[in-house]
Ligand binder design. Sequence first.
Ligand SMILES: [Zn+2]
Ligand SMILES: [Zn+2]
Ligand SMILES: [Zn+2]
Length: 270
Amino acid sequence: MKVHFLGTAAAEGYPGLFCRCEHCRRAKERGGRDIRTRSSVILNDTLKIDFPPDTLLHVLRDGIDLGCVRDLFITHTHLDHLRAEDLLLRMPVYAHGLDRPLRVYGHDAAVRKCRDAVGYANPERIDVRRIVPFETVDTGTALVTALPANHDPEETCLLYYIETGGRTLFYGHDTGPLPDDAWAWLSGRRIDLAILDCTNGTLPFTGGHLNVEAVLGIRDRMKGEGMLGPDGRVVATHFSHNIGLMHEDLVSIFAPEGIEVAYDGFVLSV
Ligand SMILES: [Zn+2]
Ligand SMILES: [Zn+2]
Ligand SMILES: [Zn+2]
């Protein structure tokens, strides 16, 4: 499975869109891996998770052909994960040369936001489908199971367990400590790659997101319960500017633990 990280920041971006804090100033000066945009990944060039406001930037920066993406899974409707209005740009006049619909999956709130943006016309361009926790979708290229997140009490936020080509990915953000029923579903399953929320870095833990200590705790439990084998990989992502850590700081925290730190444009294969 090829995993391409398009964006690895929390909602505001890092540097933040309007922010003039010391951390954002440093990140701007340093550039490279210290520049983080709003979060998304593409798997095997065909399955995308989330549709943030920086999608055009991702396409231009990394040479992405979004026409190759068949399935788009939305975790939740926060502004850094779903800019539904941009889905309109897949409609006739705005986009040419598309040979299949983009299937867009999400829970109630995400489906509503997408419908409000694109309506019901042109199903050959956008095919919006509701998915509920613990439901498994066979996309033809992957089996994708939605799991409940612990993120925003106002909506059902989803995490995803994805199986393709005999390899498995747990997509674990945005979330705080995983709900018991998500752990129960994962029990007995193998995880080749876990991508985890590390919004809070070394700051104290807050609800709805994870920090370094919480990432280590989830990794330890996944190992302890046999989900994560000796070759299983863990990647931390979705970093807030408030943590004040540059990419190299995060690497020096996580590398001794055998955990990788995502950056924009990072491509890995599991
Ligand atoms: Zn987020
Ligand atoms: Zn800032
Ligand atoms: Zn969120």
